[in-house]
Design a protein around this ligand. Structure first.
Ligand SMILES: Cc1cc2nc3c(=O)[nH]c(=O)nc-3n(C[C@H](O)[C@H](O)[C@H](O)COP(=O)(O)O)c2cc1C
Length: 412
């Protein structure tokens, strides 16, 4: 007698449980009878490296798959976080869905969707029936990352994006408390910009991983390179003036991001933090001929600030930052020598004794004698002392509001 095997798992429960597992979103494309055909799959997966195999799983009865199965060459297009509209277009079962879509044919003839993150060019190797789906195993001919952006993700019936763990920061709309605190330093920031003929800013921490530019002003020939609200990563060597006086947890978190992860290098950074804490100022030097390297540092910071970093790009940004370490070496400024100073950064303590913000002078005039640099340091220190006095008096409310706001998400 034939036994009928019945599922003990209710379909709703199956969907619900599997819905807790996120997937990427890809469009499998091919050309059939000269026409582009494509379908969205959340089931695209890597299978084997040697030989290179990938798979995806169309539903049995999918009309689109029935057609696409006739294509010799397939292209799996991994969608980017900003391609939700394209995903929706490709997921509907109607003809003509490539109208208005940007694509070009691959060497093998499959449609390659423009602006997808990656393209995997493949051919069907075997098709296995698996319940109500097919497992389509494909041999990879070619593959490339076309645009290293973060991918589109599908989770519990909704779409979203990827954000790196440990890089949690407050939402932009939520930064008003930090900006109010920075605003207490406005007069001093403007004074520094005018007197040092530079870009001056007050930077406030918005998470244990990031500062933000709360106030800025420009003097001399300085121009705006860093917009207000730009996020500045606390990744070594960046942020040392803030980190040097911060809680041990923030210090260790910063040191854990030292690239490469070498104990001797970590020790170097620890010593640098000690010097910065002792001197109450972090000076970075550009040095002759290093302007272009300094610009690379700014580009890396801007890329970080754009907020679209994939983990791979974040590692790349970290390594660029690490290569600029020599800008941040301790230097004893001698009156008779000439210097190209990258930045003068001084911490400002709140009434609770913790670093509340930092004052930073950048885009400073180049090739100045040591006594001028000494004068700048004195100016920024005096400005910081002035802001500290204000925070202990009239600005106490903003200082407390900021501390409460910060600790609500990042308790110390
Ligand atoms: C995020 C997402 C993931 C999907 N994943 C799959 C999949 O893995 N397999 C599948 O057969 N259909 C999947 N679909 C549905 C198809 O893309 C498409 O809607 C369907 O194939 C159209 O119906 P038809 O195949 O009968 O033409 C998915 C749709 C979306 C929006």
């Amino acid at each position: 007698m034939e036994t009928v095997q019945r599922s003990v798992i209710d379909p709703t429960q199956y969907r619900d449980v599997m819905g807790h597992y996120p997937t990427g979103v890809a469009v499998v494309t091919g050309t059939v009878d000269g026409e582009p055909v494509g379908m969205v799959v959340g089931t695209f997966s890597s299978v084997s490296i040697d030989p290179p195999l990938v798979a995806f799983m169309p539903q049995v009865g999918s009309r689109t798959w029935d057609r696409l199965a006739q294509a010799d060459a397939l292209c799996v297009n991994v969608l980017a976080h900003d391609q939700l509209a394209l995903c929706r277009t490709m997921a509907v079962p109607r003809p003509g869905k490539f109208d208005g879509v940007d694509w070009s044919p691959s060497a093998a003839g499959a449609p390659v969707l423009t602006d997808a993150v990656a393209h995997v060019h493949c051919r069907q190797e075997s098709v296995v029936e698996a319940g109500d789906h097919w497992i389509v195993l494909c041999a990879v001919d070619e593959m490339e990352v076309t645009r290293p952006a973060t991918p589109l993700l599908f989770f519990q019936g909704g779409y979203g994006g990827f954000s790196p763990a440990g890089m949690a920061a407050k939402a932009d709309a939520d930064l008003i408390t930090a900006v109010r605190l920075g605003d207490r330093a406005r007069a001093q920031v403007e004074r520094i910009a005018a007197r040092l003929e530079c870009e001056a800013a007050a930077l406030v921490a918005v998470s244990p991983d990031e500062l933000t530019t709360a106030v800025s002003a420009y003097g001399g020939t300085a121009t705006m390179v860093e917009p207000l609200g730009q996020r500045i990563p606390l990744i070594p060597p960046i942020g040392e003036a803030y980190v040097a006086g911060a809680d041990p947890e923030v210090v260790e978190r910063w040191l854990a991001k030292v690239t490469p992860d070498d104990p001797a290098l970590v020790e170097c950074y620890r010593r640098r933090l000690a010097t910065v804490a002792e001197r109450g100022v972090a000076l970075s030097m550009v040095g002759p001929g290093a302007r272009s390297e300094y610009e690379r540092l700014h580009e890396a910071l801007a890329e970080y600030a754009s907020g679209e970093l994939t983990p791979a790009r974040e590692r790349a940004v970290r390594s660029v930052l690490a290569q600029t370490r020599h800008f941040f070496d301790d230097v004893d400024v001698l009156p008779g020598e000439t210097y190209d100073v990258g930045a003068v950064v001084v911490p400002v303590h709140g009434p609770d004794g913790r670093v509340a913000l930092v004052l930073r002078a950048t885009q400073l005039p180049a090739g100045v004698p040591g006594h001028v640099v000494g004068g700048w340091v004195d100016e920024v220190r005096a400005a910081a002392a002035c802001v500290e006095r204000d925070l202990a008096n009239g600005g106490a409310e903003q200082a407390t509001a900021y501390r409460d706001w910060y600790e609500a998400d990042f308790p110390l």
